[in-house]
Design a protein around this ligand. Structure first.
Ligand code: ADP
Ligand code: MG
Length: 837
């Protein structure tokens, strides 16, 4: 490769080595015809010149313009895969497989030569020339081969999705590429993006000192008429079904693409639509629609092959449906008010109140107009009955098997109309030919994080306005089309954000920092993120992780005086990073080795993750001894256990009302316990994580739980202080004591309903501080307080202890008889320098 370097002395910037040996490709003429229709083909020469002359390049182009399928081919033909490989990363599994197959097919190469690799699956081999992979896989490869020496080009596809891994990859590659150049073996980076938000890459001088050149691929897009619903109904699946029925029974030929939020919703709609407009084999439908039948495009002709048996995945669907029906019946018995079509596994939006939003944007265009009044269920039923044309309904979602995925690219059988029900994978990753109608529920699933515990859950949320535009655009690929948004334009304007912030900024900084440290990225604060999370937050997160013992200080190798020590991940930190929680709670779980303890700590973390579980005094939860000292988390734990018991007996509602528990919260805790339990089983195969009755905690377990809580909250210790002398006749309890915590001057207080008011322990840890009271009587209050023993501090929070001469008594001793740890040397704790007893 080095032989190819062209040295031109006068030029400041020498040209980069690029291959000069072209590779002959003999394509099937049909494929060639289809390719020539793609806008990017006209730009091949310009694209290749820019790639040859630059290390970094951004290719921005509308979805469907041919970026993913064509640019790897250009590179292959130019010889970029002759000595090293071409890498293409995708944020979605479904695109990884589909695109590798397509590129291989167009080049006439085998799946050994154009391969894919993702977690748990792949067909990469020695002969591989072009390698499609998920972004996570390339990140893993960087950990073992930082220079990515196997590759001549790395293409980061779908960069606009801004997945956490893609963002980290971009940061790393911005540094790897110059290193490769120094070694005399250049690596090229091509960032491919739908036209959204490329300024984050071009205007970020930390990432790229000089902005990389940008090629914009203009693509032919036919006009799409957008129709808003007048009303916004919460049951968007029912609406989507109705809209699809109306399109099929009333509007001219053309494929339908329906966007829903997840796999189960996809199956549900597929099933419902197939039942309404069944496609029967051995029936000749061609006469039905002779007049309307659209002509096939070349792409379609090129791919014309026998469609697979449509019944093939019905078993799967049937099972799914049975399960859902059963679950729903169960749920309905519990909650009589549950709407009928809702799928129980989802958090359905509670926005029925919006049904009175009237749309002012009545569409002028009458051709594609469909009313959305709902007094027409009978008309619908009649329309279904009278319609003899079948609907060729196909599912599409990320985890769908690859042969079933491929069906969406094939034309529907003669006489049937294509209808694809998809999650957001069809938004930008995959382009389905011949779609004329888009039905957009306006919803998608998004991971949301709890800001206190970092526990995350998938929630159904409104899509961004940018996504809505993308989805609509899918209707105008081959001809003018129509997009039906199943919500009002008021919702679009007021409830849909313009664009969601990149995932990396939504993830809690502690979690992100730990994840990156596990990847061997030690300087997280200085990392060249495309969009950087708040640096102060990252710094604080690093400090917290060090105190928790998840990171440890290593002396910087470079002995420059301005170099700080680096904080590297510890073995415990690595274990903790596997938990989908804020690291402090992950640590609590990871340290719950004792099998009998694990269900309690899971219940505890779950309960601490859900806000406002209880209202009113905790007196209904009498506790003594260590359980009392476990404090407010202990009360929560007992409440959760008791509620679980009531739930099994079917008396949850009554129970919650009686003891002042919020029923929704109790349900959420149950869900979270299940989720955490199953995730723990993945990390610790033999873990016992039944949802046992948490009331039965005994004294020694309560003590261990207190120690575990300390390991998690060790940076949030407070110690009792006496506020002032109590004068005679004064209420002795009133404001006599308060607490002092390490990072705040002003005193903090126990919550007025804290069970620990009965004891007022000397030392405590708290989950959170918050402010209450009016302007003048403002005070800081601790939430969820647990009593601890100061002797535990050197053992469980050693990082914050300054101990006397450790040589005189190096090990704190555990005294089995008293169950206490004894340390015989003096020391102080924390910045406040509290004397340790
Ligand atoms: P982009 O990456 O710019 O969004 P793609 O390269 O994914 O565009 O798609 C270009 C064209 O190739 C689209 O019209 C798409 O329908 C078509 N295409 C992609 N995969 C297949 C396939 N497996 N079968 C048929 N056509 C396909
Ligand atoms: Mg693409």
């Amino acid at each position: 490769e080095d032989k190819n370097v062209i040295e031109i002395k006068e030029e400041k910037k020498p040209l980069l080595a690029h291959p000069t040996q072209h590779v002959e490709v003999k394509r099937d003429p049909k494929i060639q015809i289809a390719r020539l229709k793609l806008p990017i083909l006209g730009e091949e020469q310009r694209v290749m010149e820019l790639i040859n002359e630059n290390e970094f390049l951004i290719v921005a182009g509308e979805t469907g313009s041919g970026k993913t399928t064509q640019i790897p081919q250009f590179l292959y033909e130019a010889g970029y895969a002759s000595t090293k490989m071409i890498a293409v990363t995708e944020p979605r599994r479904v695109a990884t497989v589909a695109m590798a197959a397509r590129v291989g097919y167009e080049l006439g190469l085998s799946s050994k030569e154009v391969s894919y690799l993702m977690r748990f699956e792949g067909n990469v081999g020695k002969e591989t020339k072009i390698k499609f992979m998920t972004d996570g896989v390339l990140l893993k490869e960087i950990q073992s081969d930082f220079l990515l020496s196997k590759y001549s080009v790395v293409i980061i596809d779908e960069a606009h999705e801004r997945s956490v891994y893609t963002d980290i990859l971009l940061g790393l590659l911005s540094r790897i590429v110059p290193l490769r150049r120094k070694r005399g073996s250049p690596l090229r980076l091509i960032i491919m993006s739908a036209t959204l938000r490329i300024e984050d890459f071009t205007e970020n001088t930390r990432l790229f000192k000089t902005p990389p050149p940008v090629i914009k691929i203009e693509s032919r897009q036919f006009p799409v008429t957008v129709h808003f619903n007048k009303h916004t109904y919460s049951d968007y699946l029912k609406e989507a079904y109705k809209k699809a029925v109306k399109i099929h029974t009333r509007l001219p030929e053309g494929g339908i693409l329906i966007f829903v939020t997840g796999q189960q919703e996809v199956h549900y709609l597929v099933r419902k639509l197939r039942t309404s407009f069944p496609y029967k084999k051995n029936v000749d439908y061609s006469k039905l629609i002779q007049k309307k039948r659209p002509t096939l495009t070349e792409t379609e002709q090129a791919l014309d092959s026998e469609p697979e048996d449509i019944e093939s995945d019905d078993d799967e669907v049937e099972k799914e449906m049975k399960r859902m029906r059963k679950a729903r019946r169960k749920m309905r018995q519990k909650h009589k008010e549950l709407p009928k079509i809702n799928l129980d596994d989802y958090d359905m939006p509670e926005d029925d109140g919006q049904a009175d939003l009237v749309d002012d944007n009545d569409d002028q265009d009458s051709e594609g107009h469909l009313s959305d009044s709902d007094a027409e269920d009978d008309t619908l039923t009649a329309a279904i009955k009278n319609c003899r044309q079948p609907l060729w309904v196909l599912p599409l979602y990320s985890m769908l098997g690859s042969s079933k995925q491929a069906r969406v690219f094939q034309p529907a059988p003669v006489g049937a109309r294509l209808c694809v029900v998809s999650t957001d994978v069809a938004e930008t990753s995959l382009t389905i030919p011949a779609i004329k109608y888009v039905v957009d529920t306006g919803k998608k699933k998004m991971r949301v994080y709890d800001h206190v515990t970092g526990a995350s859950a998938w929630r159904v949320v409104w899509t961004s306005q940018a996504s809505a535009e993308q989805r609509s655009g899918r209707a105008g690929r081959t001809a003018p089309g129509h997009a039906y948004r199943l919500y009002s334009s008021a919702v679009f304007q007021h409830d849909c954000v313009e664009q969601y912030p990149p995932d990396i900024c939504r993830r809690p900084p502690d979690h992100l920092t730990l994840t990156m440290k596990c990847m061997g990225i030690d300087k997280v604060v200085n990392f060249p993120f495309p969009t950087a999370p708040d640096r102060m937050q990252l710094r604080l997160a690093e400090q917290r992780l060090e105190v928790l013992g998840l990171l440890e200080r290593h002396q910087s190798k470079a002995k420059r005086s301005d170099d700080e020590d680096v904080l590297k991940v510890t073995a415990l930190g690595r274990a903790v990073s596997a938990f989908p929680l804020l690291p402090r709670y992950g640590k609590l779980l990871a340290l719950s080795h004792q099998p009998a303890l694990l269900p309690y700590s899971v219940a505890l973390v779950a309960a601490l993750s859900v806000p406002e579980v209880m209202s009113g005094k905790p007196d209904s939860w009498p506790a003594t001894g260590h359980l009392l000292l476990l404090g407010d988390p202990g009360v929560l734990l007992r409440a959760v256990g008791a509620a679980e018991h009531a739930h099994l007996k079917g008396e949850e509602e009554l129970f919650c009302a009686k003891y002042g528990l919020r029923e929704k919260a109790v349900e959420e805790i149950r869900k979270l316990r299940k989720q955490l339990s199953s995730e723990i089983k993945l990390c610790v195969p033999n873990a016992v994580t039944s949802l046992g009755d948490a009331r039965a905690v005994d004294d020694s377990q309560a003590r261990l739980l207190r120690q575990l809580v300390l390991t998690a909250l060790g940076d949030q210790v407070a110690t009792k202080i006496q506020l002032h002398e109590v004068k005679e006749g004064e209420d002795k309890r009133k404001y006599k004591y308060a607490y002092h915590c390490a990072n705040m001057e002003e005193p903090v207080h126990l919550h007025s309903e804290s069970i620990l008011r009965k004891v007022i322990p000397e030392w405590v840890v708290y989950q959170e501080l918050y402010e209450t009271g009016s302007e003048e009587r403002r005070k800081m209050v601790m939430r969820h307080v647990t009593a601890i023993e100061p002797e535990w501090l050197p053992v469980y929070v050693p990082k914050l202890c300054n101990l006397g001469d450790p040589l005189s008594d190096p090990e704190p001793r555990y005294d089995a008889a008293s169950g206490r740890v004894k340390c015989h040397f003096k020391g102080t704790f924390g910045k406040a320098g509290w004397e340790l007893p």
